[in-house]
Design a protein around this ligand. Structure first.
Ligand SMILES: [Zn+2]
Length: 294
């Protein structure tokens, strides 16, 4: 088996696309000092004082903060800069298109903020407050810079592709037909996945390696390298590659000491039960060069 000819790229950990935004309502009656001076005038004093004492915020620093903790922290930091008597409704998001959105109401502000602002330095938090309260233009420019510098945080988020082009019919091999047959024969028709030919590569140079198939865990799509769609590639070989990727849809990925193992003992044993296993291996050995060229 030419393992090197089918490198498995471990997929990066997935940030779940719908990380729940936490919403909280905080009454603002000014800074801790201001609240103390107010006496009994404001009924929500005790609560807001507990929320906004800077010492309390400092104690909340932990190694692994939850999204709730983070939201509390951002709200508390912003609270220090907001005018007395206003409320802030803060919602942290993973939105890809809008990093900050503010609704200014008579009694306070409703702020939706991208999670990239978690852990932002104090001058950024101050700019946020100036932007929220005064729609300050210089603050807005500074925030724009910050967003620019933190683009990678948005890019890191794995998003579910909305439109995956599925092309099952090749010139010589029909992937859906192969998939359906194997599903019936070897998976009791229970394997759920989509299959498509992978994108054609533009470069015509000889490849050094070829990834003949892949299984995308997050959207359960099997991609087969278009180089296999040639007349000279026997149907049993294409079927074997498809079968291998289908097995990825069946077998769990094993995690040992933080390393992910895709081809477990059970996986390999089941793969060997494929009737054309020997024939396919032999064909690959003899024809790998041809596949690398085509
Ligand atoms: Zn594999």
């Amino acid at each position: 088996m030419k393992r090197h000819s089918r490198p498995e790229t471990p997929r990066p950990d997935i940030v779940h696309p719908s990380v729940r935004a936490t919403q909280l309502n905080l009454p603002f009656s000014g800074h801790a000092a201001g609240a103390a001076r107010g006496g009994g005038a404001q009924p929500s004093d005790s609560q807001s004082r507990r929320e906004f004492r800077p010492e309390e915020a400092a104690r909340q620093v932990r190694l692994h903060r939850t999204i709730e903790d983070e939201t509390d922290h951002v709200a508390a930091s912003l609270g220090l800069y907001l005018p007395p008597g206003k409320t802030l409704e803060l919602c942290l998001t993973n939105n890809h298109y809008s990093m900050i959105s503010v609704r200014r109401k008579p009694d306070g502000y409703r702020l939706r903020l991208h999670r990239m602002f978690l852990g932002a330095e104090p001058r950024i938090v101050r700019a946020l407050a100036r932007y929220v309260v005064h729609n300050d233009r210089r603050a807005s420019a500074l925030l724009g810079e910050y967003i620019e510098q933190n683009q990678h945080i948005i890019r890191m988020q794995v998003r579910r592709p909305r439109h995956v082009r599925i092309r099952t019919e090749g010139r010589h091999h029909d992937l859906q037909a192969i998939f359906n047959r194997l599903n019936t024969e070897r998976f009791e028709g229970r394997l759920e996945a989509r299959i498509t030919w992978g994108p054609m590569s533009v470069r015509k140079r000889r490849r050094r390696s070829i990834k003949m198939g892949s299984f995308a865990v997050e959207d359960r799509i099997i991609r087969i390298h278009p180089a296999l769609d040639q007349e000279c590639v026997p149907a049993y070989f294409v079927a074997w590659i498809v079968y291998h990727e289908m097995l990825h849809g069946k077998h769990e990925v094993l995690r040992t000491n933080g390393r992910r193992r895709f081809h477990t003992k059970e996986f390999l044993e089941e793969e060997r039960t494929f009737p054309d296993y020997q024939r396919a291996c032999a064909w690959e050995k003899e024809n790998l060069d041809r596949l690398l060229r085509g």
